[in-house]
Design a protein around this ligand. Sequence first.
Ligand code: AMP
Length: 282
Amino acid sequence: MVVGNGAREARAAGQAIAFVPTMGFLHEGHASLLREGRRRGDILVLSIFVNPTQFGAGEDFESYPRNLEKDAEIAERAGVDVIFAPTAREMYPNGYQTYVNVDNLTLPLCGASRPGHFRGVTTVVAKLFNIVSPHSAFFGEKDYQQLAVIRRMVADLNMDVEITGMPIVREADGLAMSSRNAYLSPEERKSALCLCRSLAGASELYREGVFSVDVLREKVMEILRAESSASVEYVEFRHQHTLEEVDNASDETLLALAVKIGKTRLIDNTILGRGFPCSEKC
Ligand code: AMP
């Protein structure tokens, strides 16, 4: 057991603890984080916790997919040493009243459409860091804003943990892997490709020398509008570090999307300067 006291003993014995926090229902995206953690740590800890404080009223906390047995198999294959899967009552006992809040970075994008979401994320990650005492922790760029917010929290609160961001893992046809893809009907699964198709479309225009965000946004919207089951929550162009809005795109520009396919809210993003990995596929 490496959580709590065990973690402090392992640290004292000079063992490097690598940590991957998740909400479970693991897929290849999570596995890529685990593999990097395995490479970087002596002890690899995975947490599985569907964190109630990061879900808003009317969101999918109750229906969020769960499969601890399959998760344990994937974890074993990835070389996880310890799975920490607490209950909500263990994490938030009666009388709980302490929260961590990152200011400006949490205001736009998903923070605007999901009030309180990032407060829940930073609170639970801070708690998990205190329990697990990791030297390094691994987060996916799939949740780009979350990664930026965690980096800020760690710097601002002098937390002694090295944060590593990992690239988005995609299905063969380009759809970004997500536990929420399980909600999609076969028809919606096809429609969901409009997210990566629109990122690819804008990335291609950018590569051809189009830097006007208005023009690039129109390209994204044109592709998304063509999909009748898609409703756009946001299409935003922001600086990759500050998340401030930009008028002219550069290699540093993050293009981030949130789109509902039917009732399922999906997010995806790319950094324009990197080129989009799957422009032929989706
Ligand atoms: P979640 O279980 O959705 O909270 O995700 C746990 C971690 O896995 C987060 O750091 C996510 O950004 C990361 N993750 C989820 N999907 C992907 C993906 N397709 N590629 C890379 N990382 C991912």
